[in-house]
Design a protein around this ligand. Structure first.
Ligand code: SIN
Length: 246
């Protein structure tokens, strides 16, 4: 746990865990929760499959984001295990949002500290990345919710365990600052979206079958690189219950 809080993302190689054991691993860190838009595996509603098939060009979640920040209580953590990987590509990038906040000028930090931002599940760039999996789910009879989820969170979040401030907006889900229009919010949000994923805040993980990553959604963003068209990549994902950002 200490290593996770210090390093934000943990990686484990060569862990060919079955679904039950992967779930037990996740439970060491928290309580698994269901993802609203894609059904879980049979018998495991809180474990979802994230796949891109050879005929597809869009990858699930293929944009910088922190998971489901449109919920009142976004997950504190996500863990992924690689089941099938492409011969090349399909890495995942991670960006440290403590570092992103700390690198801002004192003036910008002061400006951001009192602000809150509205996060929504309906932004076009990210909705598009879920569409193939939603269609698969519909074919299997799963009735995905049509509603839009929306939640307002602090722009700078204090981590409940480390007490450290981190930037808590993301290009996939953050639409505007509370009390402002989207047009008014856009210039500063655009600056923050570019700033928060500067290469010096990131690391890149190259998957192998049986690799596991576990990251802290409260202070990390991730982005799966979509550079393996024509090949198959299949992962299993579990998200862990989180608290209300403060
Ligand atoms: C996600 O959870 O957003 C997908 C990450 C990945 O496929 O690497």
């Amino acid at each position: 746990m200490e290593a996770w809080l210090e390093h934000l993302v943990l990686f484990f190689r060569d862990q060919p865990l079955d679904v039950d054991t992967f779930r037990s691993f996740a439970e060491l860190f928290g309580r698994p929760v269901e993802y609203p838009f894609v059904p879980g595996l049979a018998g495991h509603p809180d474990v979802i499959e994230i796949a891109k098939y050879p005929g597809e060009t869009v990858n699930f979640g293929g944009i910088w984001h922190s998971d489901t920040t449109y919920l009142e209580r976004p997950p504190k953590a996500t863990t992924l295990i690689a089941r099938e990987i492409p011969p090349v590509g399909g890495d995942t990038l991670f960006a440290n949002q403590y570092a992103a906040f700390e690198a801002l000028s004192a003036g910008m930090q002061q400006l951001l500290l009192p602000l809150r931002a509205v996060n929504t599940s309906s932004q076009a760039d990210v909705s598009h990345t879920r569409e193939d999996r939603r269609l698969d789910a519909a074919e299997e009879g799963y009735d995905a919710p049509c509603e839009t989820y929306e939640a307002t969170h602090p722009v700078v979040r204090t981590h409940p365990e480390t007490g450290r401030p981190s930037l808590f907006v993301n290009v996939a889900h953050t639409a505007r600052f509370e009390g402002m229009t989207e047009a008014e919010s856009r210039p500063l949000l655009a600056y923050l979206f570019a700033h928060q994923v500067r290469p010096e805040f990131t690391c890149r993980f190259r998957w192998q079958v049986g690799s596991i990553a576990l990251w802290d959604n409260r202070c990390v963003q991730h982005n799966p690189v979509n550079d393996y068209h024509g090949h198959q990549r299949v992962m299993h994902r579990i998200t862990l219950s989180g608290d209300r950002p403060r």
